[in-house]
Design a protein around this ligand. Structure first.
Ligand code: NAD
Length: 493
């Protein structure tokens, strides 16, 4: 059994309460690690260390290029340890090893990317209407950042928050999901090895309601960067409002994959399948609503059923596996509950629809890839996030109806569009109320391309150059070029 400690102010420590939480491999069912159950006093110590590191500590006095150098060393070490990190993450959340390996290569690249961006942050000189004033802006680190992350891609989420925040000159306290903290703690060893000064990168583990909410309420936290459910995100937003903390929220979705009658249906079927059955549908960007033109519905459905029937479920470490287990017991229960809700509301199952069984499934909790028809867009199964392998199929008659159905939803994270008409693809990209539109592709993420939601899917953007703005505040400086006093000190200049 592996026993992890947290990392606060450059020290590996147990939780103040001395309690621990089990980490369980979703495929084998084996409890393989214990992580500290952090408390409010651990959150306090971590925030205090972060505040000192970025105000009086070395992080404040280093040049931006030097800060970038530390990030580059973290990236080098991630590259050297990629395989170990990938295996640990898979042990924690049951995602396919092949996919996590690819993600970790991007994680390393992302640290390099923000390392390079650190010394390209610039203010501006501003012409003003005043004759005797010279004005310029500087970009200042926003303050201590609390990064709260979900269990489905912990290393990715920690990276896309911590790397731009540290490049901006902030210090961070990461709080990974209690279901999958180990890979973040392993990344932390590399941050330590890279020589990042104490207090700049801290990790506290434990329950959201204990250590997570203590970070959210902490007066010295300036910014909360959160990835998780909309319910938790809204609670965090409300708490943060009390002290006007800055908040970035990457939340859930109920994303449409939209297939027009002029689409390449083989391409579309593969894309739709990848969008909902990849990672067993446990992705914020899951394409859980298939909107399909009436004239191609039967043909596309036949192709989809054909493809999905061949999905091989099993050990996420086995390269032959396509789909791994549902990661956590509450998530498994939620998926089964939604199957019942959908049936009770009148949806009809044309594929799957129940827990999967078989010799290759270890001790994992698997759900069969499921396709539901006779779904109306106003049913709960079409409006609420499941975070599992359930696809709801809804027909449309023309482009206007496709747009209406796609947008009639509280969420707005991503959308996929399949069409051979580029003009239509561009029209759709304008009309869809989402943060990302993928055209003739799906799940094509890049740390260089801004990502985030509209509506109930969140606030702010991660990835890309603009992500660093989430961790900077503009300061305006106005300097008098007059030697003498003002003509009338009681009248504004
Ligand atoms: P969650 O909201 O239950 O937990 C997310 C994090 O918040 C965890 O670290 C948790 O411990 C913490 N937390 C929980 N309650 C808290 C509180 N009161 N105060 C402070 N922190 C608290 O989400 P989850 O089940 O871990 O993740 C699944 C959800 O995440 C899905 O809704 C999914 O769509 C969303 N998600 C979004 C994105 C995105 O980029 N938009 C990516 C992945 C997952």
């Amino acid at each position: 059994m592996q026993r992890y400690q947290m990392y606060i102010d450059g020290q590996w420590v147990d939780s103040a309460g001395g309690e621990g939480l089990d980490s369980t491999d979703p495929y084998t069912g084996e409890t393989w690690a214990v992580i500290p159950a952090g408390t409010a006093s651990d959150a306090d110590r971590a925030v205090d260390a972060a505040r000192r590191a970025m105000t009086t500590g070395p992080w404040a006095t280093l040049s931006a290029s030097q800060r970038g150098g530390f990030l580059r060393r973290v990236a080098d070490l991630i590259t050297a340890n990629a395989d170990r990190l990938a295996n640990i993450e898979v042990r924690d959340n049951g995602k396919l090893l092949a996919e996590v390996r690819g993600q970790i290569a991007s994680v390393a690249e992302c640290w390099y990317y923000y390392a390079g961006l650190a010394d390209k942050v610039q203010g501006a000189t501003i012409p003003t209407e005043k004759a005797n004033a010279f004005a310029f802006t500087t970009r200042e680190p926003i303050g201590v950042v609390a990064a709260l992350t979900a269990w489905n891609s912990p290393l990715w989420f920690a990276t896309v928050k911590a790397a731009p925040a540290m490049a901006a000159g902030c210090a961070v306290v990461v709080k990974p999901s209690e279901f999958a903290s180990a890979s973040t703690l392993e990344l932390t060893r590399l941050v330590e090895q890279a020589g990042v000064p104490a207090g700049v990168f801290n990790v506290v583990t434990g329950l959201g309601a204990d250590v997570g909410s203590a970070l959210v309420d902490h007066p010295d936290v300036a910014k909360i960067a959160f990835t998780g459910s909309d319910a938790t995100g809204i609670r965090i937003y409300q708490s943060a409002a009390k002290s006007l903390k800055r908040v970035a929220l990457e939340l859930g979705g109920k994303s449409p994959t939209i297939v027009f009658d002029d689409a390449d249906l083989d391409l579309a079927a593969t894309g739709v399948m990848s969008g909902i059955f990849g990672a067993a549908g446990q992705m914020c960007a899951a394409g859980s609503r298939l909107l399909v033109h009436t004239s191609v519905k039967d043909k596309l459905l036949a192709k989809l059923i054909d493809l999905a029937s061949d999905i091989r479920m099993g050990d996420p470490r086995d390269p032959r596996t396509n789909v791994g287990p549902i990661s956590t017991p509450p998530q498994y229960q939620k998926v089964l509950d939604y199957l019942e809700i959908a049936r009770a509301d009148g949806a009809r199952c044309v594929l799957g629809g129940k827990p999967a069984t078989g010799p290759d499934l270890g001790a994992g909790q698997f759900v069969e890839p499921t396709i539901l028809v006779d779904v109306r867009n106003d049913m709960r199964i079409a409006q609420e996030e499941v975070f599992g392998p359930i696809l709801s199929v809804i027909e449309f008659a023309d482009e206007d109806e496709a747009v209406r159905l796609a947008n009639e939803i509280p969420y707005g994270l991503v959308a996929g569009v399949w069409t051979s008409n580029i003009a239509r693809g561009l029209r759709m990209s304008k009309a869809l109320q989402v943060g990302t539109v993928w055209i003739n592709t799906y799940r094509t993420y890049s740390y260089m391309v801004p990502f985030g939601g509209t509506k109930r899917s969140g606030l702010g953007r991660e990835h890309g150059i603009e992500a660093i703005d989430e961790y900077l505040e503009t300061r305006s400086v106005v300097v008098s070029t007059d030697d003498g006093p003002p003509v009338n000190p009681f009248v504004m200049r």
